[in-house]
Design a protein around this ligand. Structure first.
Ligand SMILES: *Cc1c(COP(=O)(O)O)cnc(C)c1O
Length: 397
C-alpha cells in the first residue's frame, strides 16, 4: 500500500458501483477557471448540459440540477411532490427502495410499501393491484437496485400508474447513462439521478426531470415547507438557464464534458457497451464459480452482484482485492453484508477493465481457498466478448 494514505496505491482501480472512475476530460473540465454563475458562459453551459442530458433521460422535460448527492435529489424531489400526510406507495426490492421509504416517512408522508424479495424485480401486476385498492399520490421505485442488480420494468410500471392520480417517481441514480431511460414514452413523472455513477462525474451533483403533471403538482404544493430545494424557484430559474442560488459550477462543467463523451460515442453505443461489459463480467464470474445474486429477467448493465461462495466471507474478498491489487470493489452494508460482492460497470470502461477484474478476482478467490480453473474467468469473458455466447440477460428496453 502507498505510504501516504492520501495517495491511492499504484495501479489503483475504482471498481465500485459509484463513485466511478472519472475520465481525464471530465477531470480537466473541473479544473477550469471559475466563471460568473450568472454570466453568458455559464448560461450557455447549463443550456448545453440540459440539451445533452435530455436524450439520456428520454425526455423533453426541463431538468433541475442540484448541489448534493443522489439522496439529496431524492429528498428534494419528494419534498416538492408530496404533501405532509399524503399517501404514497413505495415499491421495495432492495436497499435503495428502503431508503426511498425512509425519506418519504421523514417528510411526513403516509407510507405504504409493496415489498419484493431482494434480488427480484418488482412485479408490475402486483403494483397495479395495489393501485386499484387505494388512492396514492405517488409511486416510488428504484430503477436499478444497486444492492442486488435487479432492474425495475419502468415501462410496465408506467402503464400501471397511467390513469391514476399517482405520480411515478424513480430513483435512477445508478441507472441513468448506463441503462435505457425513456421517461416520456414510459410515463415516468420524475427521474432522479446523480453525477457519480454512469454519468462518470465526481459525486456532488443531483438532477431531476419532472413531467408536466409533476410540475403542476410542484406548483400547487403549498403544504410542504422547503426553501433551498424549492423546485418552484428552480423551475422558474431553469427557464432562464439559471439556478436560484449559486450552482455547483465545476460539477456542471464536469457533466458538460461527460455528456460530450457520451455524444461522441453516441448514446446507443454507450448503452450497448454497458450491457456487453456487464454480461461479460457475468460470464467470467460464472466460470469462476460465482453465482449471480439476482435471477431477475431484467438485470443491471451498470452493476454486477455476485453471491459469495460457500465458506468465504465477502469482506475478505473486498479486502484482498484492495490489498493485493489496489482494486476497490464493494461488499454490502445491509442485510446482505458478507454474502455478496458488487462490481460497477458504470461509466467509461472497456474490455480490459473487465478482464483485469476477473484475473484479480480469480487470484483472490484462490488465495481464500476457493477452487477455480486457472484463467477460466477471463477466458469465458473473452469468449463472450468475441461473440461466442448469447446475451445472458434481456436488455432493459
Ligand atoms: C448511489 C445510489 C443512490 C444515491 O446515493 P448518494 O450516496 O446519496 O449519491 C441512490 N440510489 C441508488 C440506487 C444508488 O445506487
Amino acid at each position: 500500500m502507498a505510504e501516504n494514505p492520501l495517495t491511492p496505491p499504484p495501479g489503483y482501480r475504482l471498481r465500485l458501483p459509484g463513485p466511478t472512475e472519472v475520465p481525464e476530460a471530465v477531470r480537466a473540465a473541473m479544473a477550469r477557471p471559475m466563471i460568473n454563475h450568472r454570466g453568458p458562459e455559464f448560461r450557455a453551459m447549463l443550456e448545453a448540459v440540459e440539451a445533452g442530458i435530455r436524450p439520456v433521460l428520454g425526455t423533453q422535460n426541463p431538468v433541475i440540477f442540484l448541489a448534493g448527492s443522489g439522496t439529496a435529489a431524492m429528498e428534494a424531489t419528494l419534498a416538492n411532490l408530496l404533501a405532509p400526510g399524503e399517501r404514497v406507495l413505495v415499491v421495495i426490492h432492495g436497499q435503495f427502495g428502503e431508503r426511498f421509504a425512509e425519506i418519504a416517512r421523514a417528510l411526513g408522508a403516509a407510507v405504504d410499501t409493496v415489498d419484493f424479495p431482494w434480488g427480484e424485480a418488482p412485479d408490475p401486476a402486483v403494483v397495479a393491484a395495489r393501485l386499484r385498492e387505494q388512492d396514492y399520490g405517488a409511486v416510488l421505485v428504484t430503477h436499478n437496485e444497486s444492492s442486488t442488480g435487479a432492474v425495475a420494468d419502468l415501462a410496465a410500471l408506467g402503464a400501471a400508474v397511467r390513469g391514476t392520480r399517482a405520480l411515478l417517481v424513480t430513483d435512477s441514480v445508478s441507472g441513468l447513462g448506463g441503462l435505457p431511460m425513456r421517461q416520456d414514452e414510459w410515463g415516468v413523472d420524475a427521474v432522479v439521478s446523480a453525477s457519480q455513477k454512469a454519468l462518470m462525474c465526481p459525486p456532488g451533483l443531483g438532477l431531476v426531470s419532472l413531467s408536466e403533471r409533476a410540475r403542476a403538482r410542484v406548483m400547487r404544493n403549498e403544504a410542504m415547507p422547503r426553501f433551498y430545494f424549492d423546485f418552484r424557484k428552480a423551475l422558474a430559474a431553469a427557464e432562464k438557464q439559471e439556478t436560484p442560488f449559486t450552482p455547483s459550477v465545476s460539477h456542471v462543467a464536469a457533466l458538460h464534458a461527460a455528456l460530450g463523451l457520451i455524444e461522441t460515442e453516441t448514446l446507443p453505443r454507450v448503452l450497448a457497451r454497458h450491457r456487453r461489459l456487464a454480461d461479460a463480467l457475468r460470464a467470467g464470474g460464472a466460470a469462476l464459480g460465482l453465482r449471480e445474486f439476482t435471477q431477475a429477467a431484467l438485470r443491471s448493465a451498470t452493476v454486477v452482484v455476485f453471491e459469495v461462495p460457500q465458506g468465504l466471507a465477502g469482506g475478505d474478498i473486498v479486502r484482498l482485492m484492495y490489498q493485493r491489487h489496489a482494486a476497490v470493489i464493494a461488499g454490502a452494508r445491509n442485510r446482505l453484508q458478507g454474502r455478496v460482492i458488487r462490481i460497477g460497470v458504470m461509466g467509461g470502461h472497456d474490455e480490459a477493465t473487465i478482464l483485469t477484474d476477473l484475473l484479480q478476482l480469480e487470484s483472490v478467490l484462490r488465495e481464500l481457498g476457493h477452487e477455480c480453473p486457472a484463467g477460466a474467468g477471463a477466458a469465458a469473458a473473452s469468449a463472450f466478448l468475441a461473440g461466442a455466447a448469447a446475451p445472458l440477460a434481456r436488455a432493459a428496453e
